[in-house]
Design a protein. Structure first.
Ligand code: AKB
Length: 314
């Protein structure tokens, strides 16, 4: 049985991942940590305030709970990183290094997400290969490429069992993202239900990889359970589910809310970031090495999102 410490556990991925991991591995086998309390969770006895910049606290917490795995999610997303690049470098790289050191010292299995942001404008945009040119032009992307390499280094040099995926934009019915370029793909559902209209900060025709959170969680669990001997890539696997532009989300929503309308008011910073990212990744390495699958396409996700948010917004 695994015993897992999750950093960034109150964030978009973390909030749902902790619940899913507790369902699978048992309530007492998942230690949630973050700098802020989880939203709406009552009496989580296995939540601890841990700042990933505090290497000692992270180490002591992992040691005290005798964990065998660390899932390191604490990070600043792409838009916020462009606004605060020095802070992003310190948190994204410093936090990762601290978490990797804990994994090395305590011999833990290790997961951290990379992102479509690890690619840059010169990367092939369609069916972006697993192994290709990575020259990102954003602080977040630079952090992600360096992070992928650092995780490979800890595997090669110290034998730490590091694993990761390149996440697309993630869409969750439970927790809002914050500071990302793909956040519009969550906001649009809330605004569709509340106001029947949405003003999008990305241009029409901006295709990006997207994924519904249940598929993103499956990917972490399946990758971490995969036979280590079959993994050639480790850090980090391309995964994909949906490749969509803002107007595709609008059309999918209009199937349920015909009066929904979308207008555009382009934010140059986020547009520049999005323009430097691929349209759709090729996930064949993930399929071949650990049988990566997804369940939700745009229509299936839209139906589920709207059903869940209607209840939530009541
Ligand atoms: C962001 O927009 O920054 C993230 C990502 C794609 O990594 N959602």
């Amino acid at each position: 049985m695994k015993k897992i410490l999750v950093t960034g556990a109150s964030g978009q991925i973390g909030s749902e991942l902790v619940m899913k991991l507790r369902d699978i591995y048992g309530e007492t086998n998942v230690i949630a940590t973050d700098i802020k309390e989880p939203q709406g969770e009552r009496g989580d006895s296995l939540f601890e305030i841990v700042d990933v910049m505090d290497a000692n606290k992270l180490y002591e917490t992992a040691k005290y709970h005798n964990v065998d795995t660390i899932m390191h999610l604490a990070a600043v997303l792409s838009y916020k990183a462009e606004m605060e690049p020095i802070f992003a470098w310190k948190l994204n790289m410093g936090g990762l290094l601290n978490a990797l050191e804990v994994a090395r010292e305590l011999d833990l299995q290790f997961f951290t997400p990379s992102s479509i942001g690890a690619f840059g404008p010169e990367t092939p945009k369609d069916d972006t290969p697993q192994d290709t040119l990575q020259r990102p032009t954003t602080m977040y992307g630079i952090n992600k490429v360096a992070g992928e390499l650092l995780c490979d280094y800890y595997y090669e040099r110290y034998g730490v069992d590091t694993r990761g995926v390149r996440y697309p934009g993630l869409i969750s019915s439970k927790t809002l993202p914050g500071g990302g370029t793909t956040d519009y793909a969550v906001e649009i559902y809330y605004e569709a239900l509340k106001n029947k209209c949405y003003t999008c900060y990305l241009e029409q025709g901006t295709y990006l990889d997207m994924m519904y959170l249940p598929d993103a969680l499956h990917a972490i669990i399946d990758l971490m359970e995969a036979d280590s001997n079959k993994l050639i890539h480790r850090n980090a696997f391309n995964i994909t589910a949906i490749s969509a532009a803002p107007e595709d989300f609008a059309a999918a929503i209009q199937k349920h809310i015909p009066e929904f309308t979308m207008t555009y008011d382009v934010d140059p910073v986020r547009q520049r970031i999005a323009d430097s990212w691929p349209n759709r990744l090729d996930a064949s390495a993930a399929r071949e090495e650990w049988d990566y699958k997804y369940e939700y396409n745009l229509d299936k996700m839209t139906k589920d999102m709207l059903n869940k948010l209607v209840v939530k917004l009541q």
